[in-house]
Design a protein. Structure first.
Lengths: 227, 238
């Protein structure tokens, strides 16, 4: 992300590279010798691997993703969680909490409809149906603070290189942030002002995600807004 | 009729000249992707939603996704008020649009799911299915759906013995009867994904019509690519 060059916008079907020495990565497909884009996005070439960074898209769950979701249904042995994917995810009773749940207990004691939770995707079936896990210290119900939604393809940009952007946002706005891979972000600050500042900053990053040198620009912008 | 130039068409266009075209991407904030396509007086707006869960369940396909188009000619879009809701014609054109676009979209990653495309025609002056498919092609790319390439769609027709491209309503209603050949072409795969014929035409004229349609579709795709690139390049400079 540090290179000064602006990345080229490519259109589905556009030829990205020619020759068998190149390998098609994410968002591309091969037609005989040529590697063509399948997505509208930014061309990214690393070594011999050609890929397209999407500019828009729906979240598709992947094993190991840490996501934020809203509880939409409580059954007798599981919760159904809306993680902004094509299908709702399932949080089973065995993976839901570190404490022991009695047989026949009312599950809404733990998570109710409307609660937001931070969880990990443990498996994705062939039909796109995913299961979640919360059996770890880091996963919890998100009680206070606010939830905002951003485009899931912009999430890597909000996190930054090795978390540089998220660290900057946390320090500058003095808030705690949890960023779900699915594009939901939880913001918790000491004051409402700091939460709103963080929200503004994250929305700014989302909007300018295709630009380079964003972390530096962000620092300046936040300083400006703080005044 | 008394026009001095060699054009026989009421609006003075050349035989292979399309009407004035304008396109816009991202017109519906709530959709995953959307586009507006205007050709002459015909306007089409397409919104893409999904991939998402497919209902009713019986339509689910085990090994691939489904691209479902919904074509709707609005009741005020034509001079004689059209009865609202999907009629025989709307259902057919929904299916035609789906079939035209299914082969340019990669659906294999979306097993059991659906990508919904809603096409609305707020103003009609012939060539609405083609305008709808063009808008849908833009909207699909805007929604981040993987595609083999963009698709251009245009109606070619024969007025009397002359083959012309992009007929207007006035030309279609010509007294001696006009032939209508709508087609969709994807230049990147080199395939005609949709071809219809309404009326009578000689074999020679049909081939001529297809050649003209393919050429116009290529122009349309070039315009689509330009619009999509501009949308994001413009933002990058800010």
């Amino acid at each position: 992300m540090t290179d000064e060059k602006k990345r080229e916008v490519v259109i589905p079907g556009e030829v990205l590279a020619k020759g068998m020495e190149f390998l098609p990565g994410y968002g591309t497909h091969r037609v005989e010798e040529e590697i063509r884009a399948s997505l509208l996005g930014l061309k990214d070439m690393k070594g011999s691997v050609v890929k397209v960074i999407p500019l828009k898209g729906t979240y598709i769950p992947k094993r190991g993703d840490k996501v934020i979701g809203e509880v939409v249904e409580v059954s007798h042995n599981s919760w159904s969680i809306d993680i902004k994917a094509p299908l709702n995810a399932n949080l089973g009773i065995a993976d839901a909490t570190r404490s022991y749940i009695e047989n026949g207990e009312d599950l809404s004691r733990y998570y109710r409809v409307g609660d937001y939770v931070y969880a990990e995707v443990i498996s994705v079936g062939k039909d796109g149906f995913s299961r979640l896990r919360m059996k770890d210290r880091m996963f919890k119900r998100l009680d206070v603070g606010m939830i905002i939604e951003i485009n899931p393809v912009k999430v890597p940009r909000v996190i930054g290189k090795r978390g540089s952007m998220v660290k900057l946002l946390k320090d500058e706005t003095s808030t705690s942030l949890i960023i779900g891979q699915n594009g939901l972000v939880w913001i918790k600050g000491d004051t409402r002002q700091s939460e709103l500042l963080a929200k503004k900053a994250i929305k700014y990053v989302e909007e300018k995600a295709h630009l380079t040198g964003l972390t530096d620009a962000m620092q300046e912008k936040i300083g400006e807004w703080k005044k | 009729m008394t026009k001095t130039n060699k054009s026989l068409r009421p609006d003075g266009r050349k035989e292979d000249e399309m009407r004035k075209i304008s396109m816009e991407v991202g017109v519906i904030p709530n959709a995953n992707g959307s586009a507006k396509f205007k050709i002459g007086k015909t306007i089409a707006i397409a919104g893409v939603y999904g991939p998402r869960e497919l209902h009713p369940r019986r339509l689910r396909l085990a090994d691939t996704g489904l691209l479902r188009c919904n074509y709707d000619l609005m009741s005020f879009s034509v001079s004689d008020r059209k009865r609202p809701g999907p009629g025989r014609r709307d259902k057919e054109l929904s299916l035609v649009s789906s079939n035209a676009l299914t082969s340019v979209v990669f659906l294999d990653k979306y097993d059991m799911q659906v990508i919904d495309v809603f096409i609305q025609i707020p103003q009609a002056d012939a060539g609405t299915r083609c305008a709808g498919i063009c808008a849908a092609s833009l909207a699909l790319a805007d929604a981040g759906i993987p595609m083999r390439g963009m698709a251009g769609s245009i109606s070619v027709g024969a007025i009397g013995k002359t083959v012309v491209v992009d007929l207007t309503k006035e030309e279609e209603d010509w007294a001696e009867g006009a032939t209508d050949v709508p087609l969709t072409y994807c230049p990147k795969t080199g395939t005609i994904t949709h071809l219809q014929l309404d009326g009578e035409i000689t074999k020679k004229d049909l081939f001529k019509a297809i050649d003209m349609g393919v050429k116009s579709a290529e122009e349309l795709v070039e315009m689509q690519e330009k619009v999509l690139k501009e949308k994001y390049d413009g933002g990058a400079l800010k």
